[in-house]
Write a protein that binds this ligand. Structure first.
Ligand code: GRF
Length: 196
């Protein structure tokens, strides 16, 4: 079985990366993580190391500008034959020159039911403050407009009267860890040609 080659971009804890790495332990899972790239040091890199996955850090300070950095990341992904790019807690916006190279083949996981609470790193806090009865998580295609690309799938989380940002974040994370591997599995069943 040929498995979809996935590159993961990370900046944080990497619990979503872990969910994907765990799913790929099943030899029948139709995708595998071939490289993990970060924009700064973060615990996610240690998860990649433990799983024996190639990893690298592309610090902005090491490049003249964001575009140059992002294009070097794109080069690395192409070098590893990446067919699907997963932003799993990646905290920077990718330049259009990057997204063009992987158009339709970059997905992001966001902790809200998009389009609600888009374009913010505080989506969980904002959902709680706003008084909505439910929130959740979304996997969507990355386009040049932040958090606005086509939605692939979502999972819902009910907000209870006793919820705090921490309890809500934990439950959203649990749903994310189910959603992301399911979406990647689904995408692996579709034809995703390598970038030319
Ligand atoms: C997740 O909540 C994701 O939705 C958001 O950043 C968080 C990353 O968590 N984009 P982790 O690094 O995967 O634990």
């Amino acid at each position: 079985m040929s498995r979809l080659r996935v590159g993961v971009l990370v900046s944080g804890e990497g619990s979503n990366l872990q969910a994907l790495l765990t799913a790929t332990r099943d030899p029948m899972y139709p995708a595998r993580v071939v490289v993990v790239l970060a924009n700064h040091d973060c615990p996610a890199l240690e998860r990649a190391r433990k799983a024996g996955v190639t990893r690298a850090v592309f610090r902005l300070a090491d490049y003249p500008d964001r575009k140059t950095r992002d294009l070097e990341m794109a080069k690395s992904l192409r070098f590893h034959g990446v067919e699907l790019v997963v932003c799993a807690g990646y905290d920077a916006i990718l330049v259009p020159a990057f997204t063009r190279q992987f158009a339709g083949r970059i997905i992001n996981i966001h902790p809200s039911l998009l389009p609600a609470f888009s374009g913010t790193m505080d989506a969980v806090e904002k959902a709680l403050q706003s008084g909505v009865p439910e929130t959740g998580c979304t996997v969507h295609i990355v386009t040049d407009e932040v958090d606005a690309g086509p939605v692939i799938a979502q999972r819902r989380v009910t907000i209870g009267p006793d919820d705090t940002v921490e309890t809500l974040r934990t439950r959203i994370h649990e749903e994310e860890h189910i959603l992301l591997p399911v979406v990647v599995r689904r995408l692996a069943g579709q034809v995703l040609p390598l970038p030319v």
